[in-house]
Design a protein around this ligand. Sequence first.
Ligand code: NAD
Length: 502
Amino acid sequence: MKTVTHWIGGKPYGEGSSTSDTWGPVTDPATGEVTTRVAMAGPDEVDAAVATAKEAYATWRTSSLAQRTAILFRYRELLNARRDDLAALITAEQGKVHADALGEVARGLEIVELACGLGMALKGDTSTDVSADVDVTSVRQPLGVIVGISPFNFPAMISMWMFPMAIACGNTFVHKPSSKAPSASMLLAELAAEAGVPDGVLNIVHGDEIAVNALLDHPDVAAVSFVGSTPVARHVYGRASASGKRVQALGGAKNHMLVLPDADLDAAADAAVTAAYGSAGQRCMAVSVVVAVGSAGDALVPRIAERAAKVKIGPGNDPTSEMGPLVTRAHRDEVAERVAGAAAQGADVVLDGRDFTVAGLENGHWMGITLLDKVSTDSDVYRNEIFGPVLCVLRAETYEEAMEIVNGSPFGNAGSIFTRDGGAARRFQLEVETGMVGVNVPMPVPVGYHSFGGWKDSAFGDHRMYGSEAVHFYTRGKVITSRWPDPAETAAGPDLGFPASR
Ligand code: NAD
């Protein structure tokens, strides 16, 4: 069995150590077999990682931008060369198909590329002669030790949203990946070391809430970037803020796709199937609800069903598979239970994936494509994030009724509209209460130089991931007011008034 240890000070840490005697299992979702044991950190490993990061910060914060940029460019090249290996690690532990895992790596690389050019975003502003002989300069400086806590569903990409930007800004980093899929983060760290990231600048501790809470409480941690489910995001935001840390905590989602009757319904059906069932629905940007307006519903549901029934489900390392298994057996069973509950609460079960299995891999965490129609807003399957291959269709008579449904959701990650009516699309963009919006685009994941984040229960804290918002999150402002008077000037003497410009 493979062993995954922590990564502290530029090397593996923890195997055989007296404090790291707890191990967690990592399962291959396609076979159900435990393939790996992962070290689970307690307060001792957390202390060691934070102390190492703190020590490294003393020199990394003053490293030149040229040096950081050169390292990040080398890192980008190494990652690019190892895309396939990273994708294979993702598939082996998360379950998604290889092509999808490659897409994840590509979107993560976008952020590394953004970090390569961060000098531009870090340059300050200067105003000269704001008063007699007085100049004012605004600069942004790093915070110190940053903690990143990430979920299982993007084992590489979400880490790459966080640490490249944080370290490019001059911080050092302690990452706590999901212990369900820890191996991709280790390859990311090994490649960072190979690229020249100094020892201690990027560290990893694996574990569960014990490790997380020790990080949230640690006095030497300056800020926390979190991505995961809403209950944990709320906990992380509250606990880390309470100890004075800067926090961004992205949570769960229930993304709605509103379809008007004038939309290209074939394109809308393709989009719904892609966005609902890709990665077996285990994406925070997955469309889990279609709100069909007026006549769109009767025309759309059979189109979705026809396409969805053809999706080929199988192990992620089979190049013919389009959708893989769910991450754990427990999660698969929870999703299946939600589907049973939906039928009992009056939904029409158009496609039922509960009995699906793959011959020869019966212990895999399989859940087939599930399509539920005429779902009500008070049913459990609608009110909760399911995070599986389950698409709910709700019907509305009018745009206004549909928007009441969309904006009535406590989640606000992403929302999309499918229509040919520019006026309706514009109205939707302005009215929808989500942080990301798609117009004839089902999963509007912003490119790296914009930024990512939801509203309402989908994100706590006011800074989004990547883009210029990340620069703001990972740095703090300082404004320097300076005056170099002519030495020949006679000193004016003390003046106890509040300084005013002249
Ligand atoms: P999760 O909340 O269970 O875990 C996220 C991280 O928190 C992991 O590192 C985990 O070890 C840790 N954790 C879990 N329980 C904890 C607890 N009680 N106390 C402290 N730490 C704890 O999420 P997950 O199941 O790994 O990932 C799926 C969730 O993440 C979904 O809800 C999905 O919508 C969300 N997600 C959101 C985004 C986004 O950008 N908003 C992106 C990806 C995933």
